[in-house]
Ligand binder design. Sequence first.
Ligand code: 13P
Length: 248
Amino acid sequence: MSNLRRPLVAGNWKMHGNRAMAQQLVTALRAACQGSAVEVAVFPPALLVETAVSAAAQALTVGIQNISQHPQGAFTGELSVAMAQEAGCHWCLVGHSERRALYGESNQDVAAKFAAAQAGGVTPVLCLGETLEQREAGQTEAVVAAQLKAVTDNVGVAAVAAAVIAYEPVWAIGTGKTASPEQAQAVHAFIRAQLGVEGEVTRILYGGSVNAGNARALFSQPDIDGGLVGGASLDAQEFINVVQAAEQ
Ligand code: 13P
């Protein structure tokens, strides 16, 4: 792993938790993160961001799971980048497969959200990944390349290389069926190659059923710079064990 790519382990809480849980979980992580070589981030539901930010006390960073591509206006239920930024978000997930599959976000929507986040001073974490059907049809590289190209066509390769990418094969999310380290490494290397020399400094995280038991083998791959963790990020000790796996 390049020294320029400090390992990053991020927890995507999805639609889980409440204020008490956010307070307790982030407080527990704060103690474990102090002085770590690994950067740690959490993505709570938007209404819990401020609780997480105040509990984090700068030992870890906080992100939002989704933002609008629009700066303001008549978009009932949406949140702008400026609102996220003001609440203390350092990061924003864009293009998570659940947003793509359940809320119909297209590659173009994802590209617009990526540009809006970056312009607003919130670092996008761009999620890419193929479905099982696509993998079995041999389309993994084509799908991931098209997802990436929609964003690079919009903002340029350098802007994407300056952000964070998360490769999350859809078939590995919430299924307990993780990609093997070799499968994940192959796609990470492919994504990095798409970014050319600029991709050498880009952190590419793996997501999909990461837990304390499989994290070390995944993170030891040369192009895997950390993880985007769902279910296992809701338990403080389990998530701390994943963070520690990235320290080794
Ligand atoms: P799981 O770790 O629960 O499979 O979720 C992965 C994910 O979607 C993180 O964004």
